[in-house]
Design a protein around this ligand. Structure first.
Ligand SMILES: NC(=O)C1=CN([C@@H]2O[C@H](COP(=O)(O)OP(=O)(O)OC[C@H]3O[C@@H](n4cnc5c(N)ncnc54)[C@H](O)[C@@H]3O)[C@@H](O)[C@H]2O)[C@@H](O)CC1
Ligand SMILES: Nc1ncnc2c1ncn2[C@@H]1O[C@H](COP(=O)(O)OP(=O)(O)O)[C@@H](O)[C@H]1O
Ligand SMILES: [K+]
Length: 515
């Protein structure tokens, strides 16, 4: 397999259960340590006389640039002192040979070069391409394209970007020309998607050998643009463990059979909607019906005598008190707009509900109460299944850490929550993570900032619960990942239809239904 676009992805969903990183499966993601192992093995596999990995990377970059930006004549290449800069210099030499006006700013020095970079520099100079130090003027008449080869996987989270490189990054981000990032946008931490202190905002990123999780979660999507992978024609003799998998679609279900009835798709109850927050529970309930649940009950926690007992737009929803429900037979979403009232109902739900999704205020209540935490932990050993859907602040409260700590280690946080509470954790936000105690974590690829509006999380909670009820036999992690993907896909289709603002939560349900 050679170069391919990962994001936006092609409409296919390869699902391998094989927990190994094989370079022919582009949706498996590798952390930096694994990428370095792969690189070492790949380097060892290169036979004398074959092109080096750096030459392959640089040529792949050149081909992508020629394909994506064929009309760019004046190109500014920013090459750092490491191998990331070496890749950029190889591409620069090819662009120069193709007749482009190429200005290379190079931060390296002959004393510090790797052997591959030494060869790349020598070849570029032999081809007549000058490598300029930082303080020289950029002479291009009008820059039409920038190549960001400043920092790749050599950037580690323990060190902010140096002032010199930070200034270049600021300059790149101010110029109107598009940016192609080499391996990673400089400043992005490959393992986490956190930003060291500043980051190049790329339009296109070409990553090498293995896709890195940081491109797809936390800040990654916002800074990477369109993401391409080139495995540099490497075939590995040994497998490597991936750190996560990209989730790029929805698993097909057969059409509803003729001989089904509403009881075939299970009963859902939404428990939430305290005073002045009933809308959250209604959104979740409407989404649950749309996702396929047979019957949906709404149990409002509001004390107000004026509370609604009928959703006139969706009269199929049935309003019941929690005492009227047989919670041992339901799939329940608890927490949407639930306020502090939820703490009173949680003990019984945690003890008796076989399939329980906890969101929002339910998670806040559990974070604040050690006894509820014990009840949650006790569920898995008793064969009761739990899904939690925290946003980063809720996740931070559950683990008693800061939001920043969550966002700089989203994969680890989601896994920790899943293991600690014995549940599936859907850690929301850009690049939602679906983690279980033991399986490889999934990173959802769909969705965008149009979802950053109140109530879309309630819709997700209801949608996931509806799917769980309708497809109880589907592997739960895959079922939840499909639901998360559909939720994001609805927002992607909304944007593709030309909308630029937020997607109101109630309309999100309509877009989910017309997939
Ligand atoms: N070795 C090879 O043949 C291959 C290398 N590849 C490329 O090599 C890159 C990794 O190369 P390196 O290990 O040299 O790492 P990088 O080139 O990503 O970074 C190392 C350089 O960055 C500097 N640096 C690190 N942290 C900094 C900070 N906080 N502020 C300012 N400067 C900082 C270091 O001093 C060093 O000069 C990959 O990202 C990829 O682009 C790939 O193309 C695969 C093949
Ligand atoms: N920038 C974004 N990119 C992708 N998804 C997003 C983005 N912003 C929000 N979302 C998604 O929207 C939903 C918001 O949920 P949440 O924060 O719980 O909202 P609320 O509590 O108001 O319903 C989550 O599914 C989240 O992943
Ligand atoms: K880079």
């Amino acid at each position: 397999m050679s170069m391919q676009r990962l994001c936006p992805p092609a409409p296919s969903l390869p699902v391998h259960e094989d927990p190994f990183l094989l370079l022919d499966d582009p949706f498996l993601l590798a952390d930096t340590a694994t990428t370095r192992h792969v690189e070492t093995q790949a380097l060892a596999a290169v036979q004398p006389g074959e092109t080096s990995l750096m030459q392959r990377a640089g040529h792949a970059l050149y081909r992508l640039i020629m394909a994506r930006y064929p009309h760019a004549q004046n190109i500014w290449v920013l090459a750092g002192a490491g191998n990331n800069g070496g890749d950029a210099i190889v591409a620069a030499a090819w662009l120069h040979k193709a007749g482009k006006q190429v200005h290379v700013t190079w931060l390296g020095s002959p004393a510090q070069m790797s052997s591959d970079t030494t060869k790349a520099v020598a070849a570029a100079q032999q081809a007549g391409l000058a490598l300029h130090p930082l303080d020289s003027e950029v002479t291009l008449p009008a820059i039409e394209l920038m190549i960001d080869g400043l920092l790749g996987i050599g950037l580690t989270p323990d060190r902010p970007v140096s002032t010199k490189i930070a200034q270049i990054i600021a300059a790149i981000n101010q110029l109107p020309a598009p940016v192609v990032a080499v391996d990673l946008p400089s400043g992005l931490i490959a393992d986490t998607g956190a930003i060291a202190s500043c980051c190049v905002r790329a339009d296109t990123t070409l990553t090498f050998l293995c896709a890195k999780p940081g491109l797809f979660t936390a800040e990654g999507r916002a800074y990477s643009g369109e993401i391409w992978l080139d495995t540099l024609d490497m075939a590995l003799s040994a497998p490597f463990p991936p750190v996560a998998r990209l989730w790029t679609g929805v698993l097909p279900h057969p059409p509803r059979a003729h001989n089904t009835h509403k009881g075939s798709f299970g009963d859902v109850a939404v428990v939430g909607g305290a005073d002045s927050m009933t809308g959250a529970a209604i959104l979740a309930a409407r989404a649950a019906i749309g996702a396929g649940a047979g019957r949906v009950y709404v149990s409002l926690l509001t004390q107000s005598p004026a509370a609604i007992a009928l959703d006139t737009l969706h009269p199929e929803l049935m309003f019941r008190t929690i005492q009227q429900l047989d919670i041992s037979k339901l799939t329940i979403a608890c927490g949407c707009g639930a306020g502090q009232e939820v703490a009173h109902v949680l003990p019984e739900l945690l003890r008796k509900c076989p399939r329980l999704l906890l969101d929002a205020d339910a998670l806040n209540a559990i974070a604040a109460d050690a006894a509820l935490q014990q009840l949650l932990k006790a569920r898995a050993p008793m064969q009761m299944t739990t899904v939690i859907t925290p946003h980063p602040l809720e996740a931070a409260r559950l683990l008693n850490i800061t939001v920043d700590q969550v966002q700089t280690s989203r994969l680890k946080t989601a896994k920790t929550l899943a293991q600690h509470f014995g549940c599936i954790c859907v850690l929301k936000g850009s690049g939602t993570i679906i983690a279980t105690p033991r399986q490889i974590s999934l990173i959802n690829i769909s969705g965008n900032g149009a979802l950053a509006t109140a109530g879309t999380g309630d819709v997700l909670a209801g949608w996931l619960t509806g799917r769980w009820s309708a497809f109880p036999d589907e592997a739960l992690q895959h079922n939840m990942a499909c639901g998360v993907w559909q939720h994001g896909d609805a927002a992607d289709r909304w944007q593709q239809a030309g909308h630029t603002g937020p997607l109101p939560a109630s309309q999100l349900i309509d877009w989910l239904l017309c997939a």
